[in-house]
Design a protein around this ligand. Structure first.
Ligand code: TGC
Ligand code: FAD
Length: 391
């Protein structure tokens, strides 16, 4: 892979709107990605392996629980800093951002919001330090976009719950120490349970053969009469709204992350177009290539502004589910289209691992599907503006 010479586009001087802390956090993450991710990521994606050695580095830069209070080991940052960290990590690779967003928003967030004080003290500091890695089990073989139909269930016994069922497509499951598992009780009500590796009857087989997010480990969660201690139930919230509340936080991070992937594709394509000579001139001098590049920077700039405003609303606790859906949907679609166009600008070189574009493009095919598909987010907007759910 070529040396990482990334320079971030900032066409509307968004940097003027960030605080000193935002810029410090962003620049530190950017340097870390250049140093620790860029030199190794292509090799790990090619061999379809997650680079586990980076976990302690992710913890050190505050990527595990950026907005979790310092009292629980988090970085205590605001939502815009959280977003900027996700942007910079996904600039390196969506799979690495996946690990950070699952740990922060789908594991630490539910423990913080719905857990007991004992659960917070027991798990959050270790999750923030990367000593424990978590995963989030909502999707099932028969229930993806419609998690309310889930079949995984638990039964109350004398001193424990008995858990049975299966989850599929779970990021980090093959090596996670704990899983936040969403399951129905005997009354059909959804609750969250903390399931720990080593509990009898709990296994996590890896899913192989992915052409997307190859540097992220994905797998199943299988529960065969697993005895879960009663103190592992998250008591603070139940019903489908509990897992969906976590998704709001993760989808917000993805909206920022997708901008990172798009910026990397644009920056690579712009540099290549200025250097590549055909018909006696750089291809950047040709109108067709300028159209592609001009449309890319326009879309990136629009996404940056949309997402910055969403960050302000999130800081004020005013961002709605539908506003977050709009940004996730728009930004991932924007990034995927930019990756495809950028790949064309590089011609044949674009399909090689010498450049990051093809890897981003393949990764984004998962990002456009997970955390609510492109279609589901459009339907969330449709339901919000009409009051008529069309799911
Ligand atoms: P619906 O009737 O609309 O809602 C059920 C209850 O939930 C409430 N609610 C929410 N609460 C908090 N936050 C939200 N975002 C919420 N959305 C809905 C709602 O008010 C209601 O509450 P109540 O008290 O009235 O019961 O539910 P529905 O069954 O019609 O489904 C709606 C739909 C389709 C939008 C929802 O099911 C959905 O979002 N589906 C997509 C599933 C999804 O996103 N799965 C993601 C799995 S995790 C993942 O992909 C991780 S990848 C991570 C990585 O690697 O980075
Ligand atoms: P389906 O729900 O079967 O949808 C198939 C198609 O039908 C889609 O195009 C969809 O938009 C469309 N569709 C569905 N319903 C409607 C409707 N009502 N109207 C119109 N069209 C509709 N899940 C987790 O719980 N935890 C994880 O950590 C996790 N990580 C993932 C990692 C990867 C790499 C991937 C690919 C997925 C991951 N997921 C995870 C699962 C992900 O959230 C689901 O794939 C996603 O929610 C969609 O579910 P599905 O794949 O079953 O598709």
């Amino acid at each position: 892979m070529k040396p990482d010479v990334f320079e971030a586009p900032d066409y509307y001087h968004l940097d003027d709107l960030f605080s000193e802390e935002h810029l410090l956090v962003r620049d530190a993450t950017r340097q870390w990605v250049k140093r620790e991710i860029s030199p190794i990521i292509e090799a790990y994606a090619q061999k379809a392996e997650f680079p586990k050695q980076i976990l302690s580095g992710l913890a050190e830069i505050g990527a595990f629980g950026p907005y979790i209070p310092e009292a629980y080991g988090g970085a205590g940052l605001d939502q815009i800093s959280y977003g900027l960290i996700m942007q910079e990590i996904e600039r390196g690779d969506s799979g690495i951002r996946s690990t950070a967003s699952v740990q922060s928003s789908l594991v630490m967030y539910p423990i913080l919001k719905y857990g007991t004080e004992e659960q917070r003290q027991k798990y959050l500091p270790k999750l923030a330090a990367g000593e424990l890695i978590g995963c989030f089990g909502l999707t099932e073989p028969n229930h993806g976009s419609n998690p309310g139909g889930m079949e995984t269930k638990f039964k109350e016994m004398d001193d424990h719950y008995l858990l049975n069922g299966a989850k599929l497509w779970i990021s980090n499951s093959p090596f996670a120490d704990i899983a936040i598992v969403w399951a129905k009780n005997e009354d059909g009500r959804i609750h969250g349970l903390i399931v720990e590796r080593g509990m009898e009857g709990f296994s996590t087989p890896e899913t192989h053969g992915k052409w997307s997010l190859r540097a992220s480990a994905t797998g199943e969660l299988i529960f065969d009469n697993v005895k879960v201690p009663k103190e592992n139930l998250l008591p603070g919230k139940n019903g489908l709204g509990a897992p969906l509340g976590c998704l709001d936080s993760a989808r917000y991070g993805i909206a920022w992350g997708a901008i990172g992937a798009a910026m990397d594709c644009y920056d690579t394509a712009l540099r290549y177009a200025k250097e590549r000579i055909q018909f006696g001139k750089p291809i950047a001098a040709k109108q067709l290539q300028q159209k592609k590049l001009a449309e890319m920077i326009t879309e990136i700039t629009k996404a940056q502004l949309l997402t910055f405003r969403l960050g302000q609303l999130k800081n004020e606790d005013r961002a709605t589910t539908a506003q977050i859906s709009m940004a996730k949907r728009n930004n991932v679609d924007m990034a995927l289209k930019i990756a495809r166009e950028a790949r064309q600008i590089l011609g044949a070189m674009g399909i090689t691992g010498d450049y990051s574009i093809m890897r981003h493009m393949m990764n984004l095919e998962s990002v456009v599907t997970y955390e609510g598909t492109h279609d589901i987010h459009l339907l969330i907007t449709g339901a919000d503006i009409t009051g008529l759910p069309a799911f």
